[in-house]
Design a protein around this ligand. Structure first.
Ligand code: NAD
Length: 431
């Protein structure tokens, strides 16, 4: 990991220190993804078969998971794992249900009522990554809020394994949240298929889920094309830890590594005002990484990661808000006292006993979170992500009389005469 002292960096070096690895490969990825999307649009299922053979190493006749495959998955998943997923789904449900919005109505003038009503989005597509590691937890994080919102059509895509099957735990997690249709399809091709539809994959109105840089770029491109809306840019994982002198270096190192092992383009940052802590975490990372089965991936991620010494914790929060991390861990003695300083982050973890891994799986919060600085303006997935918020208004003749003049003045100022007349005609008729 690179060791840096913030106060000794000029502005260019500071920007470089906070640049994500994925931002430097963008153009190559863009072009590759555009080609894949065009192939799927033009050749549908045939393109999906060819691309799947190329990237996933398997020739599939049918993409949809059959009921026999679901049954085999139920039998294959250990009871302990199934029970843990049931328990996690319950907590995710509890947290997300508590945050659900409600419709409301307000009389904004005598005889004028404005309302907001919530409706589920009709057709949603969930993406569950399975390239370097299958993520059944992501099926829970997307399936639970989709179910709470009541979306009538939910499909899920996840990459096939080399033997042509889908990860059994992903299938069990999908069914736990009521998802009925699952397709064995990964990468940009899955996103293109759900956005535009093919003979076998239904087109969706909105796409959800994290993925590698190909998946994230594909989501951006189909959204730009107007084919489907997307939840947010949720790409390679990242964590930023702010640690004080009292933090436990072994805990901090373990948290850094739990993100570094996600993928080679993940990034982890430590900000601390204590030089001894920085050195201790560095030594711990080195000790612990050697014990990991995925150490090769973690080491690649660490090569683009940073240990940054800051002058003060205030400075650490300023840097964190500028970086806008997906995950922010406050390894501080009184973390809640610092929470007001957080302006931009996907999900925050307070204190020494709240590892980020709890949020990944089972604390109840959502782990589908904005990455690459998108947390400056995007939020993690919630039930609201699966809903349309529709406004309604009704005015009586008295209500029109009360506010019509206001509308007419603004319409005239904008030079929109038909607007003005639509109000004036009714006011005259009602007078
Ligand atoms: P993935 O399912 O996203 O991608 C695998 C697919 O990528 C494969 O099916 C293949 O079709 C395609 N692919 C592979 N190589 C390709 C190439 N050269 N060109 C085009 N397509 C190619 O799985 P993954 O790769 O393991 O990535 C999962 C990602 O999700 C990780 O980066 C992880 O950090 C991230 N993640 C993010 C969040 C979040 O909320 N932001 C949560 C969980 C995971």
């Amino acid at each position: 990991m690179n060791r840096l002292i913030w106060s000794r960096l000029d502005e260019a070096a500071r920007s470089a220190a906070l640049t994500r690895p994925v931002q430097t490969v963008a153009q190559q990825t863009c072009d590759a993804v555009a080609t894949l999307i065009a192939e799927v649009r033009e050749q549908g299922d045939d393109a999906l078969r060819t691309i799947t053979a190329r990237f996933d190493g398997v020739e599939l006749v049918s993409f949809e998971v059959s009921e026999n495959e679901f049954a085999a998955a139920e039998a294959a998943v250990p009871a302990e794992l199934r029970q843990a997923m049931v328990e996690a789904a319950e907590r995710i449900t509890r947290f997300h249900e508590a945050g659900m919005g409600k419709g409301y109505a307000v009389e904004t003038a005598p005889g004028v009522v404005c309302e907001r009503m919530l409706r589920p989005i009709g057709r949603v597509g969930l993406y569950v990554p399975a390239g370097s590691a299958p993520l059944p937890s992501t099926a829970l994080m997307l399936g639970v809020p989709a179910q709470l919102a009541g979306c009538p059509q939910v499909v899920l895509c996840t990459p096939p394994r080399a033997d042509g099957s889908a990860d059994p735990a992903v299938l069990v997690a999908a069914r736990l949240t009521g998802v009925q249709r699952v397709f064995k399809l990964g990468g940009a091709q899955a996103i293109a298929a759900m956005a535009y539809g093919t003979a076998t994959i239904p087109a969706c109105d909105k796409l959800f889920g994290p993925g590698n840089s190909f998946v994230t770029e594909a989501k951006q491109q189909v959204a730009q094309d107007g084919a489907a809306a997307i939840d947010m840019p949720a790409g390679p994982s990242e964590v930023l830890v702010i640690a004080d002198a009292g933090a436990n270096p072994a805990f901090v190192a373990a948290d850094l590594l739990s993100q570094a092992e996600h993928g080679p383009d993940s990034q982890v940052l430590l900000l601390t005002d204590d030089a001894a802590m920085l050195a201790a975490v560095e030594a711990e990372v080195e000790r612990q990484v050697a014990l990991l089965p995925r150490q090769q991936i973690a080491r690649q991620a660490l090569s683009a990661s940073r240990l940054i010494q800051v002058d003060s914790l205030e400075e650490a929060f300023a840097i964190s808000n500028r970086y806008a991390p997906e995950h922010l861990i406050l390894a501080l003695r009184d973390p809640r006292a610092w929470l007001d300083k957080v302006q931009a982050a996907g999900s925050v973890f307070l204190g020494d006993y709240t590892p980020e891994a709890l949020g990944d799986y089972c604390s109840g919060t959502n782990h589908v979170l904005p990455t690459a600085g998108a947390a400056r303006a995007y939020s993690g997935v919630s039930v609201a992500s699966f809903q349309n918020l529709i406004s309604v208004q009704s005015a009586s003749a008295a209500g029109l009389a009360a506010i019509g003049g206001c509308a007419r003045i603004i319409a005239s100022a904008e030079g929109l005469d038909a607007h003005e007349r639509a109000v004036a005609l009714r006011m005259e008729a009602a007078a």
